[in-house]
Design a protein around this ligand. Structure first.
Ligand SMILES: Cc1cc2nc3c(=O)[nH]c(=O)nc-3n(C[C@H](O)[C@H](O)[C@H](O)COP(=O)(O)O)c2cc1C
Length: 134
C-alpha cells in the first residue's frame, strides 16, 4: 500500500459548483478502487492525500494530474505504508477557507491546514505534514 501527498493550484477560486462534482466522482471511483484520502481546499490550492494499493493510487493520481480544473500538481511525498490514516473516507473534504498567497510549499501546506476546524484532525494532519512533507 502507498500514501501519496500532492499540492496543486486550482484554475479558479474554489466554489461548490466545482468542488461538488470532484467530490462525487472521487468518492464513487475511490470506493470502487480501494482508495481513501483527504482533500483540503483553501485559497487557490488543493492539498490531497491518496492512500491504497499502489496500482490503484498511481492510476488515480495519473487521472487527477491531467484534470484541467487544477494546474501544476507537485508530489510532496509518496511512500509505502502499512496502514491507512483516512480509512473511513473514500475522500474526506476540508474547506480551509480563503488564504493569502503562502510562500514556500511548506508554508502553503501549513496555511492550508491552519483553518481546519476539527482539532483532532488538525493535529493529526499537522503531524502528518511534518513527518511526510518537505
Ligand atoms: C483536486 C482534484 C482532486 C481529485 N480527486 C480525485 C480522486 O480522489 N479520485 C477520483 O477518482 N477523481 C478525482 N478527481 C477527478 C478526476 O480528475 C477525474 O475527473 C475523475 O476521476 C473522472 O471520473 P469519471 O470518469 O468517473 O467521471 C479529482 C480532481 C481534482 C481537480
Amino acid at each position: 500500500m502507498i500514501r501519496l501527498l500532492y499540492i496543486s493550484t486550482a484554475r479558479q477560486a474554489h466554489a461548490s459548483s466545482v468542488l461538488d462534482p470532484i467530490l462525487r466522482a472521487s468518492r464513487r471511483n475511490n470506493a470502487a478502487a480501494g482508495v481513501s484520502g483527504l482533500l483540503v481546499a483553501g485559497g487557490k490550492r488543493f492539498l490531497q492525500v491518496l492512500e491504497g494499493p499502489e496500482a490503484a493510487v498511481e492510476k488515480t493520481y495519473r487521472r487527477i494530474s491531467t484534470d484541467h480544473r487544477h494546474v501544476a500538481p507537485v508530489i510532496l511525498s509518496r511512500r509505502h505504508v502499512a496502514e491507512r490514516i483516512f480509512a473511513e473516507w473514500a475522500m474526506g473534504f476540508q474547506d480551509a477557507g480563503s488564504l493569502s498567497g503562502a510562500g514556500t510549499p511548506n508554508e502553503a501546506l501549513m496555511a492550508l491546514i491552519a483553518p481546519i476546524s476539527d482539532p483532532n484532525l488538525k493535529a493529526d494532519f499537522e503531524g502528518f505534514v511534518r513527518r511526510h512533507a518537505a
